[in-house]
Design a protein around this ligand. Sequence first.
Ligand code: NOJ
Length: 536
Amino acid sequence: MADTLWWQHGIVYHVYPRSFQDSNGDGVGDLEGIRRRLDYLVELGVDAVWISPFYPSPMADFGYDVADFCGVDPLFGTLDDFDRLLAAAHRRGLKLILDFVPNHSSDRHPWFEESRASRDNPRRDWYIWRDPAPGGGPPNNWLANFGGSAWTLDEPTGQYYYHAFLPQQPDLNWRNPQVRAAMCDVLRFWLDRGVDGFRVDVIWHLMKDPQFRDNPPNPGWHPGLPGIDRLLQIHSADHPDVHDVVAQLRGVIEEYPRDRVLIGEIYLPVERLVAYYGEELEGAHLPFNFQLIFAAWNAAEIARIVIDYEAELPAGGWPNWVLSNHDQKRIATRVGVAGARVAAMLLLTLRGTPTMYYGSEIGLKDVPIPPELVQDPREKNEPGLGLGRDPARTPMPWDGSANAGFTTGRPWLPLNRDWRRRNVAALAADPRSILTLYRRLIALRRRRAALQVGDYVHAHVEGDLYAYERRRGGERLFVGLNFGHEEQTLTLPDDAPRGRLCLSTHLDREGEAIERSARLRPAEGVVVELARGGAQ
Ligand code: NOJ
């Protein structure tokens, strides 16, 4: 694609490094393990790998509590391992995207250790310290995302520090120019090593209300929902000043060759999400679009999301789509294994960069974790509400050998119970498996400019059927997705009533000639290449 960059026409594959491939038998995945699996990713056909954090960390939040932004935790390997991985990825034409965690550090980061040492320490203002409220207690009512108050009292200095997540994850003060400069240098450290971009953790959190006003109560909260949802997070995140910070991060990216990418993790309604592109597109290249994660899974709702998103995007803003990640339920858990095939076709035929979460290509589901094996602090802090993220982070099952080829030791989380059947090797050998479907979909997308970069043209929603077209020049690919349990009739457009079926989610009718309409079986999706020359 001469006129687009890789992060526009390519596919991002998200690796949770603890769970991808262990190379040293400690039961936890590592960088060398990822390196050994690169050929699998090449065969799958993805373009880039985003790796969740592997920096030195006490692992209170499994690496999202960073104690050194410029290193590698020994659990995952060494900086040399990282360089080897990067070089091996580049040799294969794969891009590497790192997870940048600027909102907070670990409480064991030397910066925080200095900051908490005394009120007049030069680094005091690198974090967010406040006096107790007038009558005592936390400075305001802000809540932590993983339960409880967002303020922790530091008794020796008599002040509270703010943490949007765990107490072990104090928020950095992005209003302090020294913090900004130091964190921009972190980006340069990795860019100088050759990385191709960053996924920025909770980017919408970076600036908070300078007056620290209380958040208002959420009238929609009820017991059973996470504690954080008791309040509407209107003062603690998405402050208008954040856009300057995003632009500053983008500015660092712009110091390097033009194809580096800045992706922002943002959970906001679409009209606020799109502001993160920046008014003049000086913000994130790709503010993550998580709408499909929360969508009611039916044709009308998904079509509405696509149409509204297309309409909200700023001119020149590049779209993107995500079905799941390491914080959310897996797609096959949400929509079933048959539904996951339709979801795959949706993800890989919509306009915009798809990000796939490892394991989705084999239809991996959430794995129930017995209480004694729970690792995730979110589950430990608020048990029983279904908030735990361990189920979506279980090891990748590679083959039928011991521990599914993930480790020679004891996996840090249990494998899926059906790993002897549901593993990469078994599904790769099955011509009708979901893995084969993913490979075929990705290959089709790579061959067809209309799918990679073409326009989105809405066709229709009829009951459980959603149909749209991707079009570029004379190339027209028509997608029909049956979200329901009954057969549907897919009608081709009046101006192009003939076509050839390129791919079905059932992988059994490629090449079929289509005249005016086609029957779609339950949970079947198809891509039809419309014949050129229209209705004559
Ligand atoms: C978002 C990350 O995706 C999540 O895993 C983490 O716990 C929080 N940010 C805090 O860094």
